[in-house]
Ligand binder design. Structure first.
Ligand code: COA
Length: 322
């Protein structure tokens, strides 16, 4: 499987750390030194559906395909205002596609989870082209009086078109039950028969524990993929990691003893956009010509669950002029 099209879309509204310090007991210095985040984009006048559509349209255009050439749409999304229908169903018709679709909740690892499923579909189901969209609004999970969580997230969407061909070499996905370290419980309707009180809560997070799990599990995924493919850290040209915290990225980089240039980031601008983060990074780098033909790329992502998903691929150039 290889990537033949990319796209991304971000809300227009830019929120700086200083703006947050206007109503939260926080500071630009605290946020930048602990996380690397300087600004984030938050949905204001647009909807997540519009971002998902924009990213998907850009990805299809750059692939050179027509919407009717897409055989499947997998949409990575943790939650949005619609529980049903799926976000994939909502955007499908507006894209001009009429293929099957479903939403995947692989938390912040959802894009690479979706790519793993797409790879399996391409192999097993004789399909040609799959559109993977990751669209997330984690800012809407947070309690905006809680400085420990609300400063970390941003909203955004990314999309990739994948097709049969040489590119992805290997995936590693893991799962684990650690509900207590990070969860968001939204409201459901009650029936007359409910006897269990389920408290709804905005995002609850044990930041230190998530940090520890993230570093430990990403290192395990990257080391396992390198070893399984007879490679060392030096054989990877670019490490595209989930953009959750600059210090997490730095810990993984130090473990691998690799130069900073191999770890491009955009967390400074966008914060943690959940499963969209690594897709936005891929789209920006590819359009800027910083992802080059033949480069070996490591993707490594993690999220609530606790889940992780990593992959090794060889990059093929995309012609955005078409
Ligand atoms: N501004 C100022 N102070 C803040 C703050 C903020 N935005 N958020 C928390 N603090 C305070 C805490 O209340 C605490 O104060 P105390 O010592 O008086 O109790 C202090 O800063 C240190 O808090 P701590 O949680 O130990 O900080 P930390 O160094 O672990 O950094 C995170 C906190 C959240 C930045 C860090 O743990 C992290 O990034 N974890 C991973 C989170 C993540 O990536 N989640 C998404 C995964 S997909």
């Amino acid at each position: 499987m290889k990537i033949i099209g990319t796209g991304s879309a971000l809300p227009e509204h830019i929120v700086t750390n200083e703006m947050l310090a206007g109503f939260l007991d926080t500071s630009d210095n605290w946020i930048t030194t602990r996380t690397g985040i300087r600004t984030r984009r938050l949905l204001s006048t647009e909807t997540l559906r519009e971002l998902a559509l924009e990213a998907a349209r850009k990805a299809i255009t750059s692939s050179g395909l027509r919407p009717e050439d897409i055989d499947y749409l997998i949409c990575s999304n943790v939650a949005n205002s619609y529980v049903s229908p799926s976000l994939g169903s909502i955007i499908l018709g507006q894209l001009g596609c009429s293929c099957p679709t479903f939403d995947m909740n692989g938390a912040c690892a959802g894009l690479v989870y979706s790519l793993d499923v797409a790879d399996a579909f391409l192999k097993a189901k004789n399909m040609k082209n799959i559109l993977v969209v990751a669209a997330e609004q984690p800012s809407r999970f947070c309690n905006w009086h809680d400085r420990a969580t609300s400063v970390l997230f941003g909203d955004g969407a990314a999309a990739l078109v994948v097709t049969q061909g040489e590119g992805f070499k290997d995936f590693r996905l893991t799962g684990n039950t650690h509900t207590e370290v990070m969860y968001y419980k939204r409201e459901m309707q009650r029936t007359p028969y409910d006897r269990v009180e389920e408290k709804t809560e905005p995002l609850v997070m044990n930041g230190r524990e998530v940090f520890r799990l993230a570093v430990e599990s990403c290192i395990d995924d990257v080391d396992t993929l390198l070893e399984r493919n007879g490679m060392t850290g030096d054989d990877i040209d670019l490490y595209l990691l989930h953009q959750a915290n600059m210090r997490i990225i730095e810990c993984i980089r130090e473990h691998l003893a690799q130069p900073k240039e191999k770890f491009p980031t955009n967390i400074q601008k966008y914060g943690n956009t959940s499963s969209a983060s690594v897709g936005i990074l891929i789209d920006e780098l590819s359009r800027a010509g910083e992802l080059k033909e033949g480069q070996t790329v490591m993707l490594s992502t993690f999220g609530g669950g606790f889940v992780t998903a990593a992959a090794i691929l060889e990059w093929s150039d995309i012609n955005y002029a078409k």
